[in-house]
Design a protein around this ligand. Structure first.
Ligand code: GLN
Length: 506
């Protein structure tokens, strides 16, 4: 049995005691999870707010064509997640989770200020700060959630679900508010909002970080101060220098292609290297984690059409519509429907899992992943079916569009929070940051492929009408629907062998 989240022997006695006192909490949730919930909520407010503006900004303010915008969107988003991989490793090895979080927040604040000052000219520079900042932030806050629990604490999944709700409250608010501010007030104001929200996130963390005891402290804290500070400063410095290559790669997406073709194989080699020193059962579990990660790439590649081609679909093929008495902006709907449904269904699904578990009928993580793909497939078939509800000008139905988001969101809940929790359960303690980074690196590949798929579906002909675009996108969505259903089937077939590899983890 691996002792993946058991107190480590690198901790001093008092550190171990503080860790145990956190993990021996009473009730459903440790109090610290509420702090991480708030910190992550504000960070996701920024992230999803920006994501919801990217496509519209690039097409309407930077004058990019649809295909090019899809490629740059995929590139930006994939770097956001690719850097989480590095952020995870650097935290494991040098900075610890807390310093990583702080540094990431500061970089993202700077990014927001730069873009607020001059959206058009500073756009790519600001985005680079955000990419690198979220690399330091995102994987490490998720790992900290996992560290609040003993290895076999059955309350861990509930904790991740709560945390996931925080993500989506932030996503919902950011996705709705920022695009509305951008369209109705100014792009400057919308980007300044990124900085303000990130400062709130940073303040909440600074005010609450004492309560985390030894969780997230630097792994080098026992080293003499001077070499330790030197190493940390070097990491901060190199991360700033990384802005230059990232800038090149997002402005010329051919470099992104090269980067993506190298980084994946390299990380696999690195993982294999790390696996040498582990026991057979630890390695089997890591193998299972890799399979989950592989499927998540496919999931995100389809799912992330949301910020890409579906964002264009909302711009060209949907009209603002009255929804229960108020006018809904189609892009705001595209940016927030998913988060809205996740918030709505997360507790319901939690209850379903608990109810099923009481009857010993809760599906395991593999079957939950399979269900996620079935929902994804269904949702894309609904996106496709929207062509039958369109008027002759190519304007489709916002209701069907939102309904498809409902289905996709239930699917996401069967995969994303489960995946986060699995990464912390299936990996040994000293590799948790790395594996969480791997999980997000899979999202990076997903985003990258999402951009390619979106560019493949979009029409390069400037003269294409809304009706042409409708047909092009919806045909693409039908294919994605079929592939997702096929993945659901394959996962169901893999249930037995993967269960064996997981060695008692569900
Ligand atoms: N919606 C989740 C989040 O923002 C998961 C995103 C992902 O891993 N692609 O954290």
């Amino acid at each position: 049995m691996s002792n993946s989240t058991a107190p480590s022997d690198h901790l001093s006695v008092s550190e171990q005691e503080s860790l145990l006192s956190i993990r021996d909490f009473k009730g459903t949730y440790p109090k610290q999870i509420w702090y991480l919930f708030m910190v992550e909520m504000w960070e996701r407010f920024c992230f999803y707010g920006m994501r919801g503006m990217l496509m519209v900004f690039m097409v309407t303010q930077l004058g990019l064509g649809d295909g090019q915008a899809n490629l740059q969107y995929g590139s930006i988003q994939s770097f956001v997640y690719a850097f989480t991989f590095l952020g995870g490793i650097l935290a494991d090895r040098f900075l610890g989770f807390r310093k990583s979080l702080l540094w990431g927040s500061i970089l993202m604040c700077i990014g927001g200020i730069l873009m607020g000052m001059d959206p058009v000219n500073n756009f790519y520079l600001g985005i680079c700060f955000n990419i690198i900042g979220s690399g330091f932030f995102k994987p490490n806050i998720s790992t900290m959630v996992g560290q609040l629990y003993h290895e076999n604490d059955s309350r861990r999944d509930a904790g991740f679900s709560l945390f996931y709700a925080g993500i989506n409250i932030g996503a919902f608010l950011g996705g709705t508010i920022m695009i509305l501010v951008a369209k109705n007030i100014s792009w400057n104001a919308a980007f300044y909002l990124v900085a303000v929200a990130m400062c709130i996130s940073l303040l909440v963390f600074l005010m609450t970080q004492k309560s985390f005891g030894s969780i997230g402290l630097s792994p080098l804290r026992h080293m003499p101060q001077e070499p330790r500070l030197g190493r940390e400063a070097l990491i901060y410095y190199i991360s700033l220098l990384a802005i230059v290559p990232v800038w090149f790669m997002i402005t010329d997406t051919r470099y992104t292609d090269r980067f993506m073709s190298i980084i994946g194989p390299l990380t696999l080699v690195y993982l294999a290297w790390e696996m040498r020193s582990l026991s057979k059962s630890e390695n089997l579990r890591l193998g299972a984690a890799m399979l989950f990660i592989l499927f998540s790439v496919i999931f995100w590649a389809f799912f992330e059409q949301s910020g890409g081609s579906l964002s264009q679909f909302a711009l060209y093929n949907l009209q603002n519509q009255d929804f229960w008495g108020f006018t809904m902006d189609a892009n705001a709907a595209n940016n927030s429907a998913n988060a809205f449904f996740v918030i709505l269904f997360a507790p319901l699904l939690g209850m379903v899992w608990v109810g099923l578990s009481a009857r010993r009928a809760e599906p395991n993580s593999i079957l939950k992943f399979s269900m996620a793909f079935a929902m994804l497939g269904l949702a894309f078939i609904l996106f496709y079916a929207n062509r039958f509800f369109a008027n002759p000008q190519g304007m489709a139905s916002l209701e069907i569009f939102v309904l498809a988001y409902l289905v996709i969101s239930v699917g996401e809940l069967c995969l994303s929070p489960i995946g986060l929790s699995l990464m912390t359960k299936l990996s040994p303690l000293r590799m948790q940051g790395l594996m969480m980074g791997m999980w997000f690196l899979a999202s990076a590949y997903g985003q990258y492929v999402a951009g390619l798929l979106g560019a493949g579906m979009s029409l390069s002909d400037q003269a294409s009408t809304a009706q042409d675009k409708l047909m092009a996108y919806t045909s693409g969505y039908l294919q994605l629907g079929y592939y997702a259903l096929a993945a659901a089937l394959i996962l169901a077939l893999l249930n037995r062998p993967m269960k064996r590899m997981m060695q008692g983890i569900h």
